[in-house]
Design a protein around this ligand. Structure first.
Ligand code: AMP
Ligand code: GLY
Length: 431
């Protein structure tokens, strides 16, 4: 199929996900010019980084015009929910990433729950509240554990899996009366707790067409053995073999196809990534949430496994030409260990110098993706965020991928370096 591919691409964002997107787009046989805004110190080693912030919608549109960008790929959720894609489309610039109406599927958990329930897609049952008294009343008929969710975007912090009813009541009051998450918490969901293993399914969607990317598993807690507070994600691997081919077929039949159809039926022309967070419960797979962007760190293990040209895939989705596209996936396993700054997800230091191994001393098939990094005036790379690096390796077995990734982690020196030692353990101990 001869598709004319764009010659210049702007990637919006500054995390490990965006670094992985940049690397995969650079690897396209079409050899596009790739730029990133705002990027980070590692992305800047690969492509030019421009200084417009990811939430500066007008600035990004101006930048795309000035740089004669033919295609924009949006990483994070905030610009999507602010209407970046709407504005780019209005300016005649094709974009991968949904318009604000589609981004609502991540930006409003209430909106999504209503769609899931209306279309009979498996999900935990839930009540929706905007006042304390009825919410507390509803809790009287429930038992712990129970989940309290702020409606809006809260940087991954708006979900409390309460282990006691006292904790649940406190979360309700914090959100609805205490303004803990501002307007994001002015509506809440009180949701039954699902039990099982979580997996992440990234689906490239274009209207009613879709392509499922390989399943990944994230590690959300900060500590080994899934202990401590939730984070943005401390590591991932793919494929997640807990999803057998039969289970994947069921997930596609009961969840993916109905979700894509439901979104289209709601009048949303969704062109971007639908990231379906799944709980594999004893009763079957159930939707925990939708995100409307690539996952981080899931992207760092999914993209390196693609044989298919990422540029062609995302361009086809943006252009409404995804129908019939088939993915080619490497048989290799991928595993990513996130290096964070000690203290994350609470307070952590910034500005620590990072020393990297030379490219030739890294294990084979190991890649270092940058997230929270910057350069100091002396030109050294320093820590500049909670999640600092994503160290990914590919190998013929998950064990070998883990060994390679951890060997590379050991070669990186930084005073505040912290990482989990058990990424992949669930699958490694199962097999
Ligand atoms: P979310 O922001 O919706 O992804 O929620 C963050 C995390 O909270 C999820 O990754 C799950 O680990 C957990 N969670 C959310 N909803 C539920 C639920 N209904 N039952 C159990 N855990 C949940
Ligand atoms: N790793 C989970 C997320 O990107 O939301």
């Amino acid at each position: 199929m001869a598709i004319l591919l764009p010659r210049s691409v702007l990637v919006v964002g500054s995390g490990g996900r965006e670094h992985a997107l940049v690397r995969s787009l650079l690897a396209s046989p079409a050899k596009p010019r790739v730029v990133c805004s705002p990027g980070n110190a590692g992305i800047a080693q690969d492509v030019p980084c421009l200084a417009v912030a990811a939430d500066d919608v007008a600035g990004l549109v101006t930048l795309a015009r000035r740089e004669k960008i033919e295609f924009v790929v949006v990483g994070p959720e905030v610009p999507l929910s602010l209407g970046l894609s709407d504005q780019l489309i209005a300016a005649g610039i094709p974009v991968y990433g949904p318009k604000a109406d589609g981004a609502r599927l991540e930006a409003s958990k209430v909106f999504t729950k209503q769609i899931l329930l209306k279309h009979g897609i498996p999900t935990a049952s839930a009540g929706i509240f905007s006042a304390v008294a009825p919410a507390l009343d509803y809790l009287k008929g429930k038992s712990a554990p129970i989940v309290i969710k702020a409606d809006g975007l809260a940087a991954g912090k708006g979900v409390i899996v309460a282990q006691t009813m006292a904790e649940a009541e406190a979360a309700v009051r914090d959100m609805l009366a205490g303004n803990k998450f501002g307007t994001a918490g002015s509506q809440i969901l009180i949701e039954d707790c699902l039990h099982g293993e979580e997996t992440s399914l990234l689906v490239v969607v274009s209207g009613r067409d879709y392509v499922m990317l390989p399943v990944a598993q994230d590690h959300k807690r900060i500590g080994d053995g899934d202990t401590g507070p939730n984070t943005g994600g401390m590591g991932a691997y793919s494929p997640a073999e807990v999803v057998t081919p039969d289970l994947l077929e069921r997930i596609e039949r009961e969840i993916v196809r109905p979700s894509v159809n439901a979104i289209a039926a709601e009048g949303i022309d969704f062109r971007g990534t639908l990231f379906i967070g799944l709980m594999l419960t004893p009763a079957g797979p159930s939707v925990i949430e939708y995100n409307t962007r690539f996952g981080d760190p899931e992207t760092q293990v999914v993209l390196p496994r693609l044989k298919t040209d990422l540029l062609a895939l995302l361009w086809a989705a943006a252009r409404g030409e995804l129908g019939g596209m088939k993915l080619e996936i490497k048989s290799d396993y991928a595993l990513c260990v996130v290096i964070a700054a000690k203290g994350y997800p609470d307070a952590y230091p910034k500005g620590d110098v990072i020393n990297f191994p030379s490219a030739s001393s890294l294990p084979p098939q190991a890649f270092i993706y940058h997230a929270g990094t910057a350069k100091n005036p002396a030109g050294q790379i320093i820590t500049n965020g909670g999640r600092v690096l994503g160290v990914t390796a590919l190998a013929p077995t998950l064990r070998a991928a883990a060994d390679r990734a951890y060997a590379a982690c050991g070669q990186i020196q930084c005073a505040s370096k912290y990482f989990r030692r058990d990424i992949g353990a669930r699958q490694l101990t199962r097999s």
